[in-house]
Design a binder for this molecule. Structure first.
Ligand code: 13P
Length: 285
């Protein structure tokens, strides 16, 4: 199938009470692993890349890989810009063919975030592409930016309603104690804030920083209205461990296809498990 947008994908998840997995890919093997896992589970799926990843390889490169891999499967696949950090970055992804973009103005003042998100939404909507905004901050290390304690903020449910209305974004990422990277100690999600936000916001809500959140908490968040769940660190970790284990066993290997395939298998196994947790298997139709 051709790449599709996240618009109907997330609305369907919202209607039916499951979440779509959004997986960060850093290379071709990770793209293949995610799409193969989704096809096996008959699940819709989102591949996403951060600006940091797009400094490593252009959006056109990721678009080419994802479009080619999506053509070979029957499940819906979307390609999303994760944590777009400027109007220009969003425009670059759209120009390359991305079928969904995020604009993250969450570290700005509320009014600045509203203005930036609305501008990106207007541009993307003119091309038929949906936009994810963020209100409240996700802690931890995001791309090359470490969110300091002083920058951490929970989503304000009242403001979230106003933000969704004034920006016209199609989905909203929330800060409910979630953080990027592995958690130091147990993550403590504020499900009460999620519930209050759900009451005031009608668009799909997104959970970032899902690596290290126990499966039961991810399921609970999904039950409370989360429709998209982002996983990055655990995939990077799985890929690297797969490669390292292969090289340890086969220290004389010099063919990247050999250890690349080991990394790919490790990512696929992880994604199969996450798709089950999100209850999105068999939801491709
Ligand atoms: P993790 O790296 O914690 O899985 O977070 C992923 C994410 O939210 C990407 O936006």
């Amino acid at each position: 199938m051709a790449l599709m947008t996240t618009k109907e994908m997330l609305l369907k998840a919202q209607r039916e009470g499951y979440a779509v997995g959004a997986f960060n890919a850093e290379n071709m093997e990770m793209v293949q692993a995610v799409i193969e896992a989704a096809e096996e589970m008959k699940a819709p799926v989102i591949i996403q890349t951060t600006p940091g990843t797009l400094n490593y390889a252009d959006p056109e490169m990721f678009y080419g890989m994802c479009a080619a891999a999506a053509q070979k499967v029957s499940v819906p696949v979307a390609l999303h810009l994760d944590h777009g950090n400027s109007f220009e970055m969003a425009a670059r992804a759209l120009k390359a063919g991305y079928t969904s973009v995020m604009i993250d103005g969450s570290k700005e003042e509320f009014e600045t975030n509203v203005t930036l998100s609305r501008r990106v939404a207007e541009m993307a909507h003119a091309m038929g592409i949906p936009v994810e905004g963020e209100l409240g901050t996700v802690g931890g290390k995001e791309d090359n930016h470490e969110v300091k304690d002083s920058e951490k903020a929970y989503t304000d449910p009242e403001q979230a309603g106003e933000f969704a209305e004034r920006t016209g974004v199609d989905s909203l990422a929330v800060g409910i104690g979630n953080a990027h990277g592995f958690y130091k100690g147990d993550p403590k999600l504020r499900f009460d804030i999620l519930e209050e936000t759900r009451k005031r916001v009608s668009i799909p809500i997104v959970l970032h920083g899902a690596s290290g959140i126990p499966d039961e908490d991810v399921k609970r968040a999904t039950g409370l209205g989360i429709c998209k769940v982002n996983f990055a660190t655990e995939l990077r970790d799985a890929f690297s461990k797969g490669v390292k284990a292969y090289l340890k066993e086969n220290p004389d290997t010099y063919d990247p296809k050999k250890y690349g395939a080991a990394g790919r298998e490790a990512v696929k196994k992880l994604v199969l498990h996450k798709l089950e947790v999100l209850n999105c298997q068999g939801r491709e139709g």
